[in-house]
Design a protein around this ligand. Sequence first.
Ligand code: OGA
Ligand code: MN
Length: 285
Amino acid sequence: MTTQTATDHRPDYAQISVRPLSGTLGAEITGVDLSQPIDDGVFTEVRAAFHDNLVIVLPGQNIMPENLVTFTEKFGSAEPHPLGSRRGLDDHPHVMVLENQPGKLGPRNDFWHSDISFDEVPPLGSILYAIEVTEGKADTMFCNMYEAYEGLSAGLKATLDGMTAEHSAEKLVQEVPNRLSVDVAPPSVTHPVVRTHPDTSRRALYVNPHYTLNFTGWTPEESQPLLDMLTAQATRPENTFRHHWKVGDVLMWDNRCAMHYAVRDYDDSMPRLLYRTTAAGDRPR
Ligand code: OGA
Ligand code: MN
């Protein structure tokens, strides 16, 4: 049983069950079978749960790539990686394969980030479907960027509200040379440091330690201490959720108001196979 307090404004769900998985973000949704068409009423509740919890997990799914694409496209069109960082399925090029197997260590994502924030129009959300896992290994962590912003002083909030920052794929290009469709990172892009979520109208911090290079008009050296402080604020344990993967999990996160981190506690002897899709978003404002 969940305990409700007078300050809870959680939506009521009639057609799905939603169980919070941590104090700050993440919820499990049951009562939805993604191998079947989803009716509008159910989808409205799934989207409400996504907006309310930032990360949703739909366990026990048994689906085909087209089901994953259909679900993704209810949120936004399914996009390929702009720099081709992952192999797509032959017959579903927008379904990317994240694979760890003997002799072929999976891609690193052990840094806090919001996917593809180096794009002018970064994705709304990303979805992973777990086909093979080594239980207890390779968890994925998430943090709540609304709370990160709301927890700052009025003075720092007011300062950040007026600032923008430069985002770039520089580190990605340095780390995975030869795996991308480019040799040099595209020009950096400018995004507001605090963005207003287009669906919830809540304000969230939108910088991350991997792709944000500097605040606009500040040097990287000047920017780094404030970026470090904001990352520390965002990733306090109280502000995180850690997902332990199970086969059949479909998990979706909101790149507009959450960062994530892939725990690198495995080697190539621990199989992991996930399909990943990306739902298109809009320009941060
Ligand atoms: C990603 C990512 C996390 C993971 O696909 O963008 O960060 O745990 N994945 O694989
Ligand atoms: Mn990622």
